[in-house]
Design a protein around this ligand. Structure first.
Ligand SMILES: *[C@@H]1O[C@H](CO)[C@@H](O)[C@H](O)[C@H]1NC(C)=O
Ligand SMILES: *[C@@H]1O[C@H](CO)[C@@H](O)[C@H](O)[C@H]1NC(C)=O
Ligand SMILES: *[C@@H]1O[C@H](CO)[C@@H](O)[C@H](O)[C@H]1NC(C)=O
Ligand SMILES: *[C@@H]1O[C@H](CO)[C@@H](O)[C@H](O)[C@H]1NC(C)=O
Ligand SMILES: *[C@@H]1O[C@H](CO)[C@@H](O)[C@H](O)[C@H]1NC(C)=O
Ligand SMILES: *[C@@H]1O[C@H](CO)[C@@H](O)[C@H](O)[C@H]1NC(C)=O
Length: 431
């Protein structure tokens, strides 16, 4: 957390092009330019609220995206897809997109611009199997930036088709670690995304934002903590403050299906002494967040991850940071949620009303502890204190297997790319 301003760290500054060094090399950030001038006479256009468009993650009433890796998906006929973006789009933001089960492609999109994503030249566009009609999917890569959908266009006489939702739903609640800060494609290289997409047949939403605490206070410039902000549509970015000030839209839990599993990894910023969060405030906030999830989604299973705080060299080896971050207290809190004291009189919390309610019906246990110790080694953490791409993959892979063993979820991602640019290989057998 040293060497940069907090504004740089958490994307509070406007989008500016700069040289990114990745593994000491200049990172190539010149993606194909997809901007074009729409000739409306050759397209059939749909408004952003068309029922054929499925939005994933959190989008507000103006069809502006928030948090990490928000996306949209629809089926379409023909071989053309273009999207017009609204003026609330972060100008130049990088998005990933693809058709069917083909690999992700990337392009920078513009505020108030129209971009052509699919044309007759797109690989796979003329194939009619296994996706028929073809599907189109788009996700925003950076947590601090977003897009606003204005219109979706297909070729004249063609149409959008609603795709059936996946059969399972996952929510990830976290901070920079879940949102993919400092990984290659940010949100699209995060363990939050790798978990949701990696399970397959799962709708996933990553309500994570860099620097945010569980405790409801300012942490690294984020004005509110997750015990409050999780109940709202927008995140704690500069962009949200410009658009909504301190009056964000509450998330409409009635209009959106409940998650089946909620994975929570929060507290790394609370434990940082710079933010002055006491252990008691942190545990109170995390408890309320879980009570909040239970109030909104009574049937959801909650997985609480233990924190990891990096490694240091000592003597001739490396060791995990001495404090593992509220380790005993988080474990004791999980035990409390599984105790008769809680289950006989379950407490739920509403973050928009700042209100606690005690229910009169007994709850079944729903809080689980995921022990992260031993998953990451010192070289899985990058120079900026966050998991590398490989570190993110390790966290996601262990969570996927934990979810299979604990809840019986089969692994249903069976081929299409999840993580882009991770094909590391060797073609020499003798060298
Ligand atoms: C979309 O919004 C327009 C007005 O902005 C409204 O007339 C129309 O019914 C809405 N469509 C859907 C599918 O909600
Ligand atoms: C976008 O356009 C609307 C309507 O013209 C306007 O109220 C709003 O301030 C604009 N937002 C930005 C970021 O330019
Ligand atoms: C495209 O996005 C990348 C990643 O955010 C960024 O580094 C690059 O400067 C952007 N390019 C343009 C032309 O906006
Ligand atoms: C944390 O507390 C110290 C001492 O009370 C104070 O000097 C500092 O400004 C506080 N920091 C924040 C971020 O509130
Ligand atoms: C929430 O309620 C508690 C106790 O009733 C109170 O101390 C606190 O100030 C309230 N917080 C907000 C943000 O309203
Ligand atoms: C987490 O795993 C580590 C390594 O196996 C173990 O030492 C520790 O006791 C575990 N923590 C809990 C709370 O089970």
């Amino acid at each position: 957390m040293l060497g940069f301003t907090t504004a740089q760290l958490f994307g509070l500054l406007p989008l500016v092009a700069g040289t990114i060094l990745m593994n000491g090399q200049e990172k190539v950030t010149s993606y194909p330019n997809t901007k074009f001038d729409l000739d409306a006479t050759s397209f059939t256009s749909y408004a952003a609220n068309a029922s054929e468009i499925s939005y994933q993650g959190r989008w507000d009433s103006k069809h502006v995206s928030w948090w990490s890796a928000p996306g949209l998906k629809f089926g379409f006929t023909g071989s053309t897809v273009a999207i017009s973006f609204g003026n609330w789009t972060s100008d130049g933001v990088l998005v990933g997109y693809r058709i069917g089960g083909m690999d992700w492609q990337f392009t920078n999109v513009t505020a108030s611009g129209t971009h052509l994503f699919v044309s007759k030249d797109t690989a796979g566009v003329s194939e009619t199997w296994p996706y028929n009609p073809l599907t189109f999917e788009l996700r925003v890569t950076n947590w601090a930036y977003g897009v606003q959908i204005d219109q979706v266009h297909v070729a004249k006489g063609e149409k959008l088709v609603k795709v059936s939702p996946a059969s399972r739903r996952l929510e990830v609640i976290g901070d920079s670690l879940a949102s993919g800060m400092y990984t290659s494609y940010e949100g699209l290289s995060s363990w939050g995304y790798a978990l949701g997409a990696g399970l397959g047949d799962t709708e996933y939403s990553i309500t994570a934002y860099p620097g945010i605490c569980a405790a409801d206070q300012d942490c690294w410039g984020n004005p509110r903590g997750q015990m409050h902000q999780w109940f709202y549509t927008s995140d704690t970015s500069y962009r949200a403050s410009v658009m909504y000030g301190d009056k964000p839209e509450p998330w409409n839990f009635c209009k959106h299906p409940a998650a089946d599993i909620v994975v929570i990894n929060i507290g790394t910023n609370d434990q940082n002494t710079a933010n002055n969060v006491s252990t008691a405030s942190y545990i109170d906030a995390l408890t309320k967040l879980i009570e909040g999830v239970h109030g909104k989604w009574p049937r959801a299973q909650v997985v609480v991850m233990s924190l990891w705080l990096g490694f240091y060299q000592a003597g001739n080896s490396y060791f995990p940071s001495a404090s593992q971050g509220f380790e005993k207290e988080i474990y004791a809190m999980v035990e409390y949620f599984n105790s008769d004291a809680y289950l006989t009189a379950p407490v739920v919390w509403d973050g928009t009303k700042n209100k606690t309610t005690v229910l009169s019906t007994r709850a079944d246990p729903f809080v689980h502890y995921f022990n992260t110790t031993g998953i990451l080694q010192h070289n899985d953490i990058g120079p900026q204190w966050h998991p590398t791409d490989v570190g993110a993959i390790k966290v996601a892979s262990h969570l996927i297997q934990y979810i299979r063993l604990t809840f019986g979820w089969e692994l249903r991602a069976t081929g299409p790319e999840v993580l882009h640019d991770t094909l590391y290989w060797n073609d020499e057998q003798n060298y």
